[in-house]
Design a protein around this ligand. Structure first.
Ligand SMILES: [Ca+2]
Ligand SMILES: [Ca+2]
Ligand SMILES: [Ca+2]
Length: 414
């Protein structure tokens, strides 16, 4: 059993949000649903596109998404493309141990019980072994040059196509570490090679990574599948000046690169001017208001985040962790629902138009969630339908404003 199979095995304990959604959506057309028609909803879906068209880009469009602080040099690399599922040095380490345990079992060297215990212990190590504070299995490459130590690693998302790349940086040879977002994601659209031939820190002032430019043509539906891709350009060397990676122009605790990713203002400590600084604001783009519609928005987002978490696949829905905080991206059509304030996880909210423009210069997640306008139900005052659309289907809520607040009914039991 190869390690990626074992990893898949672990992940298979959980189902993604979308797999959870799908069967219920298919059964959703019950009698009650058919009774509530909305001409506004029908009109909306005449032109609706989930936006997943953003997923595939031409080479020129991909190059347009490469941040300016990254220098791309094709002349200095000589590290042929292998595969996007090639194992890193650290993954290989776990794989080797696993092969040994399997081999010992097959040859009768260890008992059934010892085999199970061996697997458990390896899986536990795989889940927990760290270097600095970084999970070993997430590490792509490491280096030390002078007093500077660096670890480049993938954020701990489960889907191979959505792993944002981070730098753990130490200025005292590995005693203290701080994490910085590198502004790119593994395999979208760079494949950072699992085996780097060149050193990560050619000097204490800059990083370099050997990569290939690829385009994912099909994201896996099942965790056991590997994505399909096309190789656009091999042997590129990416260089990053460290001073650009750590730059925080407005001194709000979020780097310029990170603010670019979450679409906040890198030159303002408080992008939406609601008196909550960007680094603590759980809704840094649309203010935080307390009103009836914000309450409804909050309920819907909480519900979605609960579903994400109960599926234990956080990260699938465009989350990017910042230290201990996850940001989730949502496209919310109804302006009244955008101003909610969550206690814990943060939301990066876009209008559909903003997101279309963002997608031209950023890599975006394979899965997106669109929260529809509140569609008035024909002939019934204060009664609405609202839908959450993704590439895999739609989940709907009935929403009614009553004397004491919102009456909300999930059309599907999940
Ligand atoms: Ca900042
Ligand atoms: Ca800012
Ligand atoms: Ca704010």
């Amino acid at each position: 059993m190869k390690i990626e199979n074992s990893i898949s095995y672990l992940r298979n304990f959980t189902l993604s949000l979308f797999i959870l959604f799908t069967p219920y959506i298919l059964n959703a057309q019950n009698e009650e649903v058919k009774g509530y028609k909305s001409t506004a909803e029908e009109a909306y879906y005449l032109n609706f596109n989930t936006g997943i068209v953003f997923q595939n880009k031409t080479e020129a469009e991909i190059i347009n998404c490469i941040p300016a602080y990254i220098k791309v040099d094709s002349s200095k690399a000589d590290n042929p493309f292998n595969s996007i599922v090639a194992l890193s040095k650290y993954e290989e380490k776990f794989d080797k141990e696993l092969t040994k345990v399997e081999n010992d079992f097959e040859h009768g060297i260890i008992s059934n019980a010892a085999y199970s215990a061996g697997l458990d212990s390896l899986m536990n190590l795989y889940r927990t072994a760290t270097l600095g504070k970084v999970l070993q299995r997430s590490i792509i490459t490491t280096d030390t040059n002078g007093q500077t130590s660096a670890i480049v690693f993938k954020s701990d998302g489960p889907e191979a196509t959505q792993e944002n790349l981070w730098l753990a940086l130490s200025n005292d040879k590995g005693v203290n570490w701080k994490n910085y977002y590198l502004g790119i994601a593994q395999n979208r659209f760079f494949n950072i090679k699992a085996k780097q031939k060149k050193r990560l820190l050619p000097s204490p002032l800059s990083l370099q990574l050997e990569a290939a430019l690829i385009n994912i043509t099909k994201t896996p539906r099942q965790v056991t599948d590997t994505p399909s891709y096309v190789l656009l350009r091999d042997n590129i060397l990416l260089s990053f000046p460290i001073k650009e990676i750590i730059k925080d122009s407005d001194n709000d605790g979020l780097t310029d690169i990170y603010e670019n990713k979450i679409a906040t203002n890198p030159l303002s400590k408080d992008s939406d001017m609601d008196s909550i600084a960007d680094n603590t604001d759980t809704n840094p783009r649309f203010g935080n208001l307390s009103n009836d519609f914000a309450t409804l928005g909050k309920y819907l987002i909480n519900k979605i985040q609960f579903l994400i978490k109960s599926g234990a696949e956080a990260g699938e829905i465009a989350s990017i962790p910042f230290e201990n905080k996850a940001f989730y991206f949502f496209i919310i059509e109804d302006a009244r629902l955008r101003t909610y304030n969550l206690a814990t996880d943060a939301s990066i909210i876009f209008t559909k138009e903003e997101f279309a423009s963002y997608a031209l210069t950023h890599t975006i997640p394979a899965e997106l969630l669109f929260i529809s306008p509140l569609f008035p139900i024909d002939n019934q005052p204060n009664f609405y339908k609202i839908n959450i659309d993704s590439s895999n289907g739609r989940i709907s809520f009935f929403v009614k404003w009553e004397e004491n607040g919102w009456y909300i009914k999930l059309m599907e039991e999940i």
